[in-house]
Design a protein around this ligand. Structure first.
Ligand SMILES: Nc1ncnc2c1ncn2[C@@H]1O[C@H](COP(=O)(O)OP(=O)(O)OP(=O)(O)O)[C@@H](O)[C@H]1O
Ligand SMILES: [Mg+2]
Length: 783
């Protein structure tokens, strides 16, 4: 046995040995599947300029399936097209070629929709490089404050689902503007079934289908969708009236293992090998993950992704791995890592607005990082780039990284089959292991799912699913019909469906309509639509035009109110919009400006309040209850009472007239968040804030990012309602929240190398503006 296999087997028991197939952990245990030969790009009827772009990036052939798929899509003309291929099969190139052909041939814009902000950024950088010689303008829309100007001047627009929806709303509301778009590519089409954001994807595609039907023109907007995991592809095709293509081809063979105690099993639960892991190297790591990963780093010089179910687990495991790696390196007197480049990564992190995270500072020198939604976008980008460059070798992450980001791994480890107390489903599993082995990086790849004996049954059941769950519409999911109300408000506001008849015809363009009809659901869409229309009328979001002169109800015309237009332009759902308008209205008449507390209270999005409602610790709330008169005055203005907080903390009885859970709890949760933000903007240190409010750093960072984005939304909202004073008051808040700074530092942090801490230091030394820095003495500045 090669020395490099030291952590593996050598002590198989006789009974296991009989079952064990002869295989090496460092090589595939089945011969590669015979493939059809790849096809040269030159034989695919592509413009020479496009072929050159790919050849420059090292790609001269398409896999046989890619060529077949592209030919089928091209043959179907401008019809919609959806295709499915396993993770890492190479779907992206097919969609890129369809996109670029459309842009060059039709001279119309292309929208490329990705589910995550980080992927939008990755993709736009990649497109700019790939198509640099074609002189196309590429815009990306992901964060707050993207301008319409760049949309008008761009050929290719890469955006998140939310941004795509607001772009389409805007284009629809201007006559014929949607004609500017020739093609819409939807990556990860299965997101339609995602509970929280999926409905938005359905909503926007439904609008396109409806619009295409309205158009008598021969130039419909073409939809291309792709995904790794859609068992009911045909149902989606029926909805989109699309051609389909499916393949199971995977360019890199993947060995999937399940680890139970120290034995690796295959997916049929046949033992494959016994791991022999040393206690000395795996301290605090009963699963021996340290040594398994270390072998890949030392002997394969490759990288590893580890999926954990919570952010906290990611951080703990990353620190543990780093500690153990240090010990191994000291023992073996070797260091396979690039120390200088790792130091540079640390330096880049230090320069981000939030500064260097103490846990990352410990783990990165050992080539290990964690990656989850609690990190800022900048932090994540630095880590992803360093990982791609093989500088960081291990990323411990949550499942957010499993979708689409091109971070190849030689080995993927799933730390537990449980997520939020339930077994992951097959599609999540496939997405995660799909990160293993990327063409051009690996010849084969492996995955290990770590599972306890107790969890075996669950995992077996998960594999028995055979097929991933069908993708379903989330349109009518919630009891409150939030998605449907939003859908109706958007389509009415766009001016494309204003009569009852048109509205029903729009509803028939939804995936929901296809699902309910084929599943023989009992939901009565007519009456649900009626209920939602009445709700919109009652809340003064829509009204009838010319009601008196119309005899037939079907001919009534619905029009949006100013408030509805404000809600649509700020891309929030109508329920949240109504809550926001109540708070803003109240504040307009009675606003305390002595510090930031009242203003930050106004820029907290509803979803943050909802999640705080489930975690709010009243004891902590009681201990942080403000003692200053100004803050207590704000509490009074927003209707929050210290006595209630005290009673809640002490579990004392509260009269119904004083406090009603459903009505008042959101206001208290909101005030608690406002207190945290107020401290942050007063430049209290993150460490002090975490200690005071007993929350995590990632929570505070998430708070900063989300409220910074929401500030923009509130400003757009206020502007549409002509509440200009309020809008002005929020100027500068976005940058203040992102950096956690007082107003006076806003100018200095515009310099990219300055974070809050450095800017404060310079400010205290008298460098209060960019001009004063530019004129400053170099030696003094260096100090
Ligand atoms: N024809 C090709 N020749 C060489 N490499 C290719 C080719 N097609 C794709 N690849 C490479 O294969 C890798 C995986 O491709 P891609 O990201 O498109 O996978 P995917 O099917 O979108 O997977 P996922 O479902 O995980 O997003 C990439 O590194 C890509 O550069
Ligand atoms: Mg992909």
């Amino acid at each position: 046995m090669a020395t490099s296999d030291s952590f593996l087997m050598d002590s198989l028991s006789d009974s296991l040995l009989a079952a064990v197939t002869e295989t090496s952990f460092y090589g595939p245990n089945h011969p590669p599947v015979a493939e059809k030969p790849p096809k040269p790009l030159t034989e695919l009827n592509l413009p020479t300029a496009v072929i050159n772009c790919y050849q420059r990036s090292g790609i001269s052939h398409l896999f046989a399936w890619q060529a077949e798929c592209l030919e089928k899509a091209s043959a179907s003309g401008k019809r919609n097209f959806i295709f499915s291929a396993p993770a890492s099969a190479g779907k992206t190139i097919v969609s890129e070629l369809l996109l670029i052909k459309s842009v060059l041939e039709t001279k119309r814009k292309a929208l490329f929709i990705e589910p995550y902000v980080s992927i939008v950024q990755e993709k736009s950088n990649y497109f700019r490089k790939l198509f640099s010689s074609l002189h196309l303008r590429i815009a990306s829309y992901a964060g707050a404050g993207d301008s319409h100007h760049s949309f008008n001047n761009s050929h290719i627009i890469i955006c998140t689902i939310e941004k795509a929806n607001s772009i389409i709303n805007r284009l629809l509301s201007n006559r014929d503007d949607l004609n500017e778009v020739g093609i819409i590519i939807v990556d990860e089409l299965h997101w339609i079934g995602e509970l929280n954001r999926g409905y938005l994807l359905e909503l926007l595609l439904s609008k396109i289908i409806y619009y295409n039907q309205l158009q008598t023109s021969i130039n419909p907007v073409q939809i291309i969708g792709m995904s790794a995991t859609i068992p009911n592809l045909n149902q989606l095709a029926q909805w989109l009236n699309a051609e389909t293509y499916e393949t199971t081809f995977r360019p890199i063979p993947l060995e999937e293992y399940i680890k139970i105690e120290s034995i690796l099993y295959n997916k049929q639960f046949m033992p494959i090998r016994q791991l022999h892991l040393s206690d000395q190297w795996n301290q605090g790591d009963s699963e021996g993950i340290t040594e398994i990963i270390w072998n890949v780093i030392e002997h394969n010089c490759r990288s590893v992704l580890v999926f954990c179910s919570t952010k906290h687990w990611c951080e703990v495991l990353a620190k543990l791995l780093a500690k153990n790696f240090r010990r191994i390196m000291d023992d073996k007197q070797i260091n396979p890592l690039d120390k200088i480049k790792l130091e540079d990564v640390i330096e880049q992190l230090r320069r981000t607005p939030v500064g260097l995270d103490a846990d990352l500072a410990c783990s990165i020198p050992m080539g290990v990082a964690f990656h989850h939604a609690g990190l800022t976008i900048d932090e994540r980008e630095i880590i992803e780039n360093a990982y791609r460059a093989n500088i960081i070798r291990v990323i411990v992450c949550t499942s957010t990284l499993s979708s689409g980001v091109n971070l190849p791994a030689r080995l993927v480890i799933i730390r537990s089959p449980l997520q939020n107390g339930r077994c992951i489903d097959l599609s999540t599993y496939l997405q995660m292991v799909g990160r293993a082995g990327r063409k051009g990086y690996d010849d084969y790849a492996e995955s290990i799912l770590i599972c306890s004996k107790k969890e075996v049954n669950l995992v077996q059941k998960m594999f028995e699913q055979q097929k991933t769950k069908p993708v379903n519409s989330c349109f009518f999911e919630a009891e409150t019909h939030t998605s449907l109300k939003r859908a109706l408000l958007e389509v009415i506001s766009s001016g494309k469906a204003n009569t009852k008849e048109q509205i029903i015809s729009y509803i028939k363009s939804t995936f929901f309509y296809i699902c309910t009809n084929s599943n023989k659901s009992t939901i009565d869409e007519q009456s649900t639509v009626d209920k939602c229309l009445s709700w919109l009328c009652d809340n003064e979001l829509i009204h009838y035009i010319d009601k008196e002169n119309i005899d037939n109800e079907n001919n009534l015309r619905y029009e949006p109110t100013q408030l509805a237009l404000a809600i649509i332009s700020s891309s929030i759902n109508p329920d949240d919009g109504l809550k926001l308008v109540v708070e803003l209205n109240k504040a307009q008449r009675n606003l305390c400006l002595e510090n930031d507390l009242h203003l930050v209270y106004l820029i907290i999005p509803q979803h943050l309040i909802n999640s705080m409602l489930t975690t709010l610790d009243w004891n902590v709330f009681h201990t942080v209850w403000p003692t200053s008169a100004v803050e207590q005055h704000v509490a009074h203005l927003v209707g929050v009472n210290g006595m209630i907080v005290y009673k809640k903390a002490a579990s004392l009885r509260i009269e119904k007239r004083e406090y009603e859970e459903k009505l008042d709890a959101p206001r208290y949760a909101r005030f608690f968040i406002a207190l945290i933000l107020n401290d942050l903007l007063a430049e209290k240190s993150i460490c002090d804030i975490i200690r005071k409010y007993e929350c995590t750093k990632s929570f505070v960072q998430q708070l900063q990012q989300t409220t910074a984005t929401f500030t923009c939304i509130v400003q757009i909202f206020a502007e549409r309602l002509s509440w200009n004073n309020l809008k002005q008051l929020l100027n500068g808040f976005q940058s203040r929240l992102n950096f956690g700074i007082k107003q006076e530092l806003c100018e200095l942090v515009r310099i990219s190398i300055l974070n809050a801490c450095r800017a404060r230091q310079l400010y205290s030394d008298g460098f209060t503006t960019i001009a004063s820095l530019a004129n400053g003495d170099v030696h003094e500045l260096e100090r």
